[in-house]
Design a protein around this ligand. Sequence first.
Ligand code: KG4
Ligand code: ZN
Length: 365
Amino acid sequence: MGDTVTILGLESSCDDTAAAVVRLAGTRPPQILSSIVVGQSDLHEAFGGIVPEIAARAHAEKLDHCVEAALREAAVPLPDIDAIAVTAGPGLIGGLLAGLMCAKGLATATGIPLVGVNHLAGHALTPRLTDRLDFPYLLLLVSGGHCQFLIVRGVDEYIRVGGTIDDAPGEAFDKTARLLDLPLPGGPSVENAAAGGIGDRFDFPRPLLDRSCCNMSFSGLKTALLRARDRLAGERGELTRSDRADLCAGFQAAVTEVLAEKSRRAAAVYGGYHPTAPAFAIAGGVAANRAIRSALEEVAVDAGLRFVAPPVHLCTDNGAMIAWAGLERFRLGLVDDMTLPARPRWPLDRSSGPMLGGGKRGPKA
Ligand code: KG4
Ligand code: ZN
């Protein structure tokens, strides 16, 4: 291996088909040479959620085009790629298999090494791609299928210090949007609606805030929102624009407060690891939320931690994070062969047991 490494990354674990080319040359900052993301929201909208079979078929149809586009945009021919990284889990089995078949086909035809990547590691290592963060750092991974605090100690070394015991916040944002007839994905529409709302008109719960642990719960919040909506609809016949805005603002305020308070506690646990350059990073789709980002930044500043929030397009699912995680593994000699399996459940912290609940990706990893 020379001092330049160029990786093609493929992502198809949920409802985004993505491919990207990432390069690391010597001591220069890593470069994202291309990043193609094709969403599927339009295909699933009518069903009110992701339909795994439809997702898998769409991935199978779109992956080749995404790979071609990523190589073309990066101006890197396939033989110049050092390794092909692919999400092998956790996620929806059909999508994972579509990605693995594509990556294995390319690797077999060209002899280029294959690197299986954990989707969560893709999110968790993104702050190293964007901000060259050193290990160990505290990470809040908060997305549509996951919510956990991790101490990231190495490319393959994670300690989970807490997480959701039921829904993931992104899932709760999506359900809120559905209950209020707002378009999917719910996060951005609820955030936009909340911008004009009054956050304390409704008294939404802050579950598990009274417990000292770093675990969280979001399913009760969704039920509280449903009750508030039905009460308003019962009183007035229908919801006004400002009712919707206030419901969204109240919901977002509750999620934000829970995430911020639990981050404070996770920061205290992380402090016990005595990092030389202490940092708190966020990743995952919900980390795109501006209210949540600024509340978490405040927590970091108060705790004396450097705060790292990757740009929004690298918080939501993308191929660059998989290419980067693959690059980190490849540099350590961690390559796979054609027996690489798809793993619907694949926790980053192997010593931690499964959490309760089942999100849009199935059981919580
Ligand atoms: O990381 P991601 O792209 O996919 C998963 O791994 O789940 O996250 C998608 C989730 C969706 O649930 C979406 O509603 C949520 O992230 N999301 C947001 C925002 N943008 C995306 N949630 C809150 N506010 C946002 N601005
Ligand atoms: Zn994700």
